[in-house]
Design a protein around this ligand. Structure first.
Ligand SMILES: [Zn+2]
Length: 224
């Protein structure tokens, strides 16, 4: 029985790579200089390169269950996401961080419904969404609001990272909250001054740019 995944590996080598060899060679010789840290949910339906029309060398990507930013001081040096944020900001010196949540997020649903108690890591991880949960029934609308509130919560946690906060305050870094509505093919971007998500189709920037706005003078408004 053919191994489909193995076949895809071979196909990449024989079909895609030859057409892009120079691009990869350049990225090796010159090193990577991605401008954006994309921090998204691990959900298989989110394909960052498709959403942003990017390719090799463009995005530094961190993904985890729920697109969660762990508390800065809560991981005791063993959390990959926290380490990745530090790497992206301090080593790669990215100029943007995108936190991308999405509709129908299994992490948010699981935060309400629970997961097997044997999943000790997952249980502890999902508690990091608790602050975003609403004490209401799990209607599609409530879940959507929680999914969006979680994106804002992660942006707030990012600001607890000293190297993030200082670079944001120095206007070398902007934070962007995105909410991908899978069924509509639309990314909504969080406008921190409006306190709401706006379809990218209508937005005049790709979101939360006001973190670098001269008039922005405090923490982001919460999504109600
Ligand atoms: Zn998700």
């Amino acid at each position: 029985m053919p191994d489909e995944l193995l076949e895809r590996l071979r196909k990449f080598r024989t079909e895609y790579f030859p057409a892009h060899r120079q691009e990869f060679t350049s990225l090796i010789q010159n090193g990577q200089t991605p401008k954006t840290l994309f921090l998204g949910c691990s959900d298989s339906r989110i394909v960052p390169y498709l959403l942003t029309g990017t390719g090799p060398g463009d995005l530094f990507i961190l993904r985890n269950v729920g697109a969660i930013v762990p508390p800065y001081n809560g991981s005791y040096g063993i959390h990959g996401t926290a380490a990745g944020i530090e790497f992206a900001v301090m080593q790669l010196k990215v100029s943007r961080i995108v936190v991308c949540g999405h509709s129908h997020c299994g992490a948010v649903r699981s935060a309400y419904e629970g997961v097997p108690k044997e999943a000790i890591n997952l249980n502890a991880w999902l508690e990091l969404i608790d602050e975003a949960l609403l004490p209401v029934c799990q209607t599609p609308e409530a879940l959507r609001r929680v999914e969006q509130r979680s994106v804002i919560l992660q942006l707030e946690r990012l600001m607890e990272y000293p190297m993030v906060r200082s670079q944001v305050e120095n206007k070398q870094l902007t934070l962007h909250g995105w909410y991908y509505v899978i069924e509509e093919g639309e990314v909504q971007v969080f406008d921190v001054t409006e306190g709401k998500f706006i379809p990218a189709h209508y937005a005049d920037n790709c979101g939360t740019g006001p973190y670098a706005d001269d008039h922005f003078d405090g923490d982001p408004k919460h999504v109600e």
